[in-house]
Design a protein around this ligand. Structure first.
Ligand SMILES: *[C@@H]1O[C@H](CO)[C@@H](O)[C@H](O)[C@H]1NC(C)=O
Ligand SMILES: *[C@@H]1O[C@H](CO)[C@@H](O)[C@H](O)[C@H]1NC(C)=O
Ligand SMILES: *[C@@H]1O[C@H](CO)[C@@H](O)[C@H](O)[C@H]1NC(C)=O
Ligand SMILES: *[C@@H]1O[C@H](CO)[C@@H](O)[C@H](O)[C@H]1NC(C)=O
Ligand SMILES: *[C@@H]1O[C@H](CO)[C@@H](O)[C@H](O)[C@H]1NC(C)=O
Ligand SMILES: *[C@@H]1O[C@H](CO)[C@@H](O)[C@H](O)[C@H]1NC(C)=O
Ligand SMILES: *[C@@H]1O[C@H](CO)[C@@H](O)[C@H](O)[C@H]1NC(C)=O
Ligand SMILES: *[C@@H]1O[C@H](CO)[C@@H](O)[C@H](O)[C@H]1NC(C)=O
Ligand SMILES: *[C@@H]1O[C@H](CO)[C@@H](O)[C@H](O)[C@H]1NC(C)=O
Length: 447
């Protein structure tokens, strides 16, 4: 008894000693061989940001990009522009805030079963995040031997932790090999996703939203509403029922599209619960049902084929069928991978799918790349040459040849480029998909 008491008294003494024995944040940054760029950025250009981190009273996790991550910056539009502009107090502060997670998140706190957690970050600036409680970042353990911690962020970016659980006196540093990218607006994300994952492109859904008369304000709603969940059917699903969709009145099409959107807080895959009803933007008592069966989640009878693509104001998941509010029966046939469409299909078996023939894609809005998502709403579209490689893309106004040039000139890795004309706009998008890009791992793009 006496010994036990003494032992716990010793432990109580030892605990604070151990904590204070951890080096300070500035010491770790200054001494780690692979954080020289980050250390220089913070000490030279962002001393106030560093001071704020040091003075944070609560424990936090700093996802620290290593020197290799800095090499990739110019190949990523969002980061490249922010660093090019040397916007330390604006965009770069917001980007780094996305790397600061309240609370200590050691590798041991991650789910052991390979499922994702969506952790809050310190990115709360309304120009960058419209997610209550701070924009989220995905965290997952992948592989064995030993399991590796991976963070997933905007544009399905993966950042692997290469040096894990580095302690400092205010929390934990997880050192990553690529910057996390703050989730971008829906339009920009849908367009990027189209380039990276053609088979799951959702441009047809995006085009349908933008085909609406402006008094049906779904496009505006998607830009301006916080905390959304979007279940976007893939092009191929839209194509399957295009004969029906294209003949609907704008009001009915609007009802169908609204039925794919949930207004009450982002529902990440980690929040999916079998056999639940989720209210939709269509209003009334409309809801979709979520069912886990045959190793997949289904929304009504549409399978979720890609999940957790983070956007500025929530999250989007991709479906293999269009949902219909008047046809909500959940009849999931275990015998087929693809379920019967909920809307009448005019598609005949003799046709072959061709997702570039998907409906509404001519309505896809014009957009341009900007580091700060807030300025994306401006009307003037100034083209900029994008990085061809690493899954990036380039846009250019003017003739097709100059667009191709701007998309391909930036790197040897730009191969297989193609040019897409956005109808109704005198604008060409030059697309250079890099050879190294487009590697789909768990729905994520390896940058
Ligand atoms: C620094 O990076 C090199 C090369 O990637 C790696 O071999 C080394 O283990 C890293 N050092 C630390 C302390 O993480
Ligand atoms: C994985 O583990 C977490 C934490 O224990 C749990 O909440 C979650 O439901 C599990 N997911 C699956 C798919 O088993
Ligand atoms: C948001 O962006 C606008 C325009 O760039 C800027 O004036 C404003 O200060 C920004 N707001 C915040 C909270 O950073
Ligand atoms: C939207 O405007 C069109 C004409 O452009 C009109 O026919 C329609 O009734 C309007 N819809 C609503 C919901 O106001
Ligand atoms: C929504 O935002 C995007 C940029 O993210 C912009 O291109 C588009 O025009 C906006 N749409 C509306 C209806 O405001
Ligand atoms: C669903 O049925 C109601 C009542 O028949 C009709 O008013 C509405 O337009 C239908 N909605 C869709 C999306 O078909
Ligand atoms: C999910 O719910 C459905 C419908 O209630 C049920 O048939 C199914 O067995 C449940 N799946 C799991 C994995 O519990
Ligand atoms: C929603 O359901 C409630 C309860 O069943 C009912 O009283 C109400 O009229 C319904 N509202 C609409 C818009 O259908
Ligand atoms: C797919 O559709 C596009 C646009 O309609 C057309 O240009 C292309 O030739 C089609 N591809 C195939 C393989 O049919």
């Amino acid at each position: 008894m006496h010994n036990l008491l003494r032992a716990s008294a010793l432990l109580a003494l030892a605990a604070p000693l151990l904590v204070s024995a951890a080096p300070s944040l500035t010491d770790v940054l200054a001494n780690h061989p692979n954080l020289t760029q980050l250390n220089q950025l913070l000490t030279t250009n962002m001393p106030d940001f560093l001071k704020n981190l040091q003075n944070t009273p609560e424990p936090f996790t700093f996802i620290a990009p290593n020197d290799h991550a800095f090499i990739r910056v110019p190949y990523t539009d969002v980061l490249g522009q922010a660093f090019n502009n040397k916007d330390y107090e604006g965009d770069i502060t917001n980007i780094l805030n996305y790397h600061v997670l309240p609370g200590a998140h050691p590798t041991s706190s991650m789910n052991k079963n390979g499922s994702f957690q969506f952790l809050s970050t310190s990115l709360g600036n309304q120009n960058w995040s419209a997610v209550t409680g701070g924009q989220k970042i995905g965290a997952v353990l992948q592989g064995n031997n030993p399991p590796q911690l991976v963070f997933t962020s905007g544009l399905s970016t993966r950042s692997s932790v290469v040096d894990q659980d580095v302690e400092f006196d205010g929390g934990i540093i997880q050192i990553i090999d690529a910057f996390a990218i703050p989730p971008m607006p829906f339009v920009y994300t849908a367009d990027q996703y189209n380039l990276a994952f053609t088979a799951q492109s959702i441009l047809s859904f995006l085009g349908a939203v933008y085909s609406q008369p402006s008094n049906l304000s779904l496009a505006t709603t998607l830009n301006t509403t916080n905390d959304l969940t979007i279940f976007a059917p893939a092009n191929i699903a839209m194509e399957l029922v295009s004969g029906t969709l294209e003949t609907l009145s704008p009001a009915t099409l609007n009802q169908i599209l609204s039925y794919h959107i949930l207004p009450n807080g982002p529902v990440y895959s980690a929040d999916f619960i079998n056999n639940t009803q989720l209210p939709t933007l269509l209003g009334g008592n409309s809801s979709v049902s979520l069912t886990f069966t045959f190793n997949s989640y289904f929304v009504n009878s549409a399978r979720v084929i890609a999940s957790d693509i983070l956007i500025k104001n929530g999250v989007l998941h991709i479906l293999d069928n269009v949902l219909a509010p008047n046809s909500t029966a959940v009849n999931i046939n275990p015998m087929t991978y693809t379920q019967q469409p909920a809307l009448p299909t005019t598609f005949s078996g003799s046709q072959s799918f061709n997702s570039s023939a998907a409906p509404f894609t001519t309505f896809v809005p014009n957009f341009y790349i900007s580091a700060s998502p807030s300025s994306d709403t401006g009307a003037a579209a100034t083209g900029s040459g994008g990085a061809g490689g690493f899954g990036g893309f380039g846009t250019g106004t003017g003739s097709s040849s100059s667009a191709v040039a701007s998309a391909t000139k930036k790197g040897k890795s730009a191969a297989g480029g193609s040019v897409r004309h956005v109808a109704g706009e005198s604008r060409w998008l030059g697309i250079g998909l890099g050879m190294v890009a487009g590697v789909a791992l768990g729905g994520c793009l390896v940058l």
